[in-house]
Design a protein around this ligand. Structure first.
Ligand code: IMP
Length: 181
């Protein structure tokens, strides 16, 4: 018999576009004040971090020499449940050895993705390696992962919008919303 998918829909707004904008500005200021050199390689994790990263870097001053690169990592078996399996689908194009690197991720949940990524990146000997996540589902953590900058800590709810998706949908929403069934 065919299994019926539950009817998921966009629910409550957790953070409006305006609130996110304010928080992104604060994060950008904090990151800039703590970058020791004049160069920063910002590595965005596709696809979820694209909107966050584009807003974040545009809040950084022209004097800071920012380069951007992207990685793609698979971490989820289906739309809402972690498979536990993590692998690189697309690697960075840049050599990160000796550089100040900032990894930008949309959300940290179990921590599997970020810890896996950090382990790989450390073997490449960057001068410094920091992480910036927009959302942190702290109570869901299974493995520790270093989070240097965090936009908002959220409870265990599935969220969409501002780059985050449910099965490829709703990334383009300006607000971050809970998904309801
Ligand atoms: P982790 O490896 O469990 O920390 O999961 C991180 C990844 O899971 C993120 O990069 C997202 O792609 C995905 N993810 C976790 N929670 C959510 C959510 O609430 N909405 C959308 N994606 C999520």
């Amino acid at each position: 018999m065919e299994r019926m998918e539950p009817d998921y829909r966009i629910g409550k707004v957790l953070f409006s576009g305006g609130e996110i904008g304010g928080r992104v500005k604060t994060l950008a200021d904090q990151i800039v004040s703590e970058v020791s050199g004049r160069d920063l390689l910002v590595v965005g994790i596709l696809n979820g971090a694209v909107i966050f990263l584009s807003d974040l870097v545009r809040r950084m001053p022209a004097e800071l020499n920012i380069k951007m690169d992207f990685m793609s990592i698979s971490s989820y078996g289906n739309a809402t449940t972690s498979s536990g399996a993590v692998r690189i689908l697309k690697d960075v194009n840049s050599d990160i050895e000796g550089r100040d690197v900032l990894i930008v991720e949309d959300i940290i949940d179990t921590g599997l993705t970020l810890s896996y990524l950090l382990n790989i990146m450390y073997t490449r000997k960057p001068a410094s390696l920091r992480t910036c996540v927009l959302l942190d589902k702290r109570e869901k953590r299974k493995v520790a992962a270093k989070v240097d900058y965090c936009g908002f800590v959220i409870p265990d709810v599935f969220v969409v919008g501002y780059g985050l998706d449910y099965g490829g949908k709703w990334r383009h929403l300006p607000d971050i919303c809970a998904v309801e069934c």
